[in-house]
Design a protein around this ligand. Structure first.
Ligand SMILES: Nc1ncnc2c1ncn2[C@@H]1O[C@H](COP(=O)(O)OP(=O)(O)OP(=O)(O)O)[C@@H](O)[C@H]1O
Length: 285
């Protein structure tokens, strides 16, 4: 299924007396083709999650429309699954029951449910954990369970809000490979929010960079590399560098939040790694 974001704006009402509205998005448009993986990248507060939740149908745009496969989105639907950063798994249910939950809600017959569950558990190498409770499995496994639950009803569109934000570096790379593998097999159209430049290059067919200027799109970059992506390919690094430069310009309006600080540290790390030995001058960003 394709996604078409057409001229969306979003205003949030001021909460205090006399406080003006906050126009987070203004006339934001982009298209995602069926089966594409697109990342939304940008500084904290630029409206990435707001865009994602409007596509999900959790909230309405003030102006503009979203179409999924040509149908205007007015509310959440089973064609679009949403994956949250904090997993949002049910601790009172076992792994298998968590994955089965959306199928039960959709009244999928028991036999079909069990067959699907088996298939999903095998795909993510979690078969032997089917009867474990959520607190009995690791963070990386929780993430995979959350992904399987999101995929249980075969959504045509998967929307993810920093789904790998809570796991460590090594597990993150492993999950990126699995995510790519699973979504590649299913040809799911995917839109993911991240602030990790490397992750966006590793996973995406396209990376859309938003700015704090009402979500204005600074860049819509096609990542033209074979899959699975090879992190040692010089072209891979060229994309990381290009996006890093664009992010730097997105932050030129100021560093306000911890996420901004993290991004700046990343940018400075990249720059100092590029400097010849002996050059100790700091990055100029
Ligand atoms: N329900 C809401 N009511 C009022 N303001 C909101 C609401 N949701 C988001 N905002 C505001 O919209 C702006 C954009 O928030 P959003 O979460 O979309 O940004 P983001 O780019 O995803 O940021 P982050 O990377 O930090 O998650 C912020 O200023 C936020 O305070």
């Amino acid at each position: 299924m394709s996604i078409s974001v057409q001229g969306i704006s979003k205003n949030f009402k001021g909460r205090r007396k006399g406080e003006s509205d906050n126009q987070v998005l203004k006339d934001v448009s982009f298209e995602i083709e069926e089966g594409q993986f697109v990342c939304l990248l940008g500084p904290s507060g630029c409206g990435k999650t707001t865009t994602l939740t409007i596509v999900a149908g959790f909230q309405k745009p003030t102006e503009g429309i979203i179409e999924v496969n040509g149908n205007v989105v007015t509310k959440p639907g089973p064609d679009r699954a949403f994956m949250f950063q904090n997993y949002a798994l049910f601790p009172w249910l076992k792994v298998g029951e968590n994955i089965e939950y959306p199928m039960k809600k959709m009244k999928v017959p028991k036999e079909e449910r069990k067959k699907k569950l088996k298939e999903l558990l095998e795909m993510a190498q979690l078969t032997k954990y089917e009867n474990y409770y959520i607190h009995e499995i690791s963070g990386g496994m929780k993430q995979r369970v959350a992904l399987l639950r999101a995929l249980a009803c075969d959504p045509k569109v998967l929307l993810m809000d920093e789904p790998l934000g809570a796991v460590d570096f090594q597990m993150r790379q492993l999950l990126q490979r699995q995510l790519e593998d699973i979504l590649g097999q299913k040809k799911t159209t995917s839109l993911m929010v991240t602030h990790d430049v490397d992750e966006s290059v590793y996973l995406s067919d396209r990376v859309i960079v938003m700015s704090r200027d009402h979500g204005k799109i600074l860049e819509d970059l096609k990542i033209d590399l074979p899959r699975p992506r090879d992190r040692t390919n010089p072209q891979y690094h060229a994309y990381v560098d290009q996006l890093t430069e664009i992010l730097k310009s997105a932050l030129s309006g100021g560093v306000y939040t911890q996420e901004d600080k993290d991004i700046m540290e990343f940018i400075q790390g990249v720059e100092s790694a590029k400097k010849p030995a002996g050059d100790t001058a700091g990055a100029t960003a």
